[in-house]
Design a protein around this ligand. Sequence first.
Ligand SMILES: Cc1cc2nc3c(=O)[nH]c(=O)nc-3n(C[C@H](O)[C@H](O)[C@H](O)COP(=O)(O)OP(=O)(O)OC[C@H]3O[C@@H](n4cnc5c(N)ncnc54)[C@H](O)[C@@H]3O)c2cc1C
Ligand code: FES
Length: 344
Amino acid sequence: MDSALIRLAPSTKTVQCLAGDTVLAALEREGFALPNNCRAGACGECKTKLLAGEVDQGTVLDMALTTEERAEGYRLMCMAKPVTEVVEIEFGSLEAKPKLFPPRDRVLCVVTDAVQRTSTIREVRIRPVGEPLRFWPGQYLLVGDSQAGVSPRPYSIANAPRPDGEMSLLVALVPDGKTSGWLHAGLQVGDRITVGGPYGTFIGDPGTSTPVLCLAAGSGLAPILALTDAALRRGFDKPVTVLFSARSEADVFDQGLTSWWAAKHRRFTFLTTFTGLPAGAEASGSLVGRIPDVLPGLMPDLADHAVYIAGSPEFVDACSEAALGLGAEQGRLHVERYVAALTA
Ligand SMILES: Cc1cc2nc3c(=O)[nH]c(=O)nc-3n(C[C@H](O)[C@H](O)[C@H](O)COP(=O)(O)OP(=O)(O)OC[C@H]3O[C@@H](n4cnc5c(N)ncnc54)[C@H](O)[C@@H]3O)c2cc1C
Ligand code: FES
């Protein structure tokens, strides 16, 4: 089959599907975000209802697409290739905007692991006992224990969706912080907790065909890791640069993961700039100084970049100003401000 047309319902928008392309790849090429995870017919994340036409489903696991689901018209778009000139699928809203997953309340999870990453950041890994939570990379959960007087607070999920549903949270300890204190000291591996989510719209745009620059400090790296994970997995072919701000070496974490990404994907670069090093440290080759100060020397022209920034409001505001000053377009600037809660 040469090429086909994918029609999206209810918007009636159309997307060209080139010969040999899967429906997922065609949608992403034109900027329509469809949830996905394994891209190999094994997880079921990209399940979508086919309303008209037919696709070659290829080889997929029964676990990911049951016989009943097939009979109801569902297909896995990561492996589906059109075999009719037009296929119509259920996709998004009337404006063809990707649908955010309805948040779930009180999702029971078990703490599967907890590791102190730096003196102030603890990684807490949780896994739902039931169905995995469906979320877009970059979104956050509300985590707390109201019954024990620990107010739910937002924490970004630090990974893209995984088949086993596990989610990593990177929690910075805030002095006198009730919820972060509980996540650091009160919560133990094996404990059961309930979370709510997913929430937020700090999500990647698969339609981006521009280089990507991500700026983060401290636990602001969490949603940036999730977005990067998802972009690299789907084979995003433009440069992705993450610039991380840390006081010293001791505040840098996840070097293993970011080094692996850099080795595997030539277009991925992870840079750290240190804000607490003694004068003269530049000589050793490391970047030194706040992001707004080092950025102009590193990337003087951001006119063609999509920019993602996450961290404290002060950090996000200073970096946004710097990025806009270097020509970044407001429409391609995405921010996640970790504003402190006003309520106890
Ligand atoms: C969308 C979103 C995503 C977030 N994601 C993450 C994440 O992935 N990881 C993470 O660690 N945090 C994240 N946060 C921040 C987090 O939700 C809490 O605000 C933070 O953990 C403090 O909560 P707490 O209950 O411990 O402190 P509180 O009991 O709420 O505050 C204690 C005291 O500390 C002050 N305070 C609160 N936060 C800070 C701060 N950041 N720096 C300095 N002083 C502060 C308060 O004003 C108060 O005086 C996110 C926030 C938002 C809005
Ligand atoms: S089945 Fe996993 S992404 Fe399609």
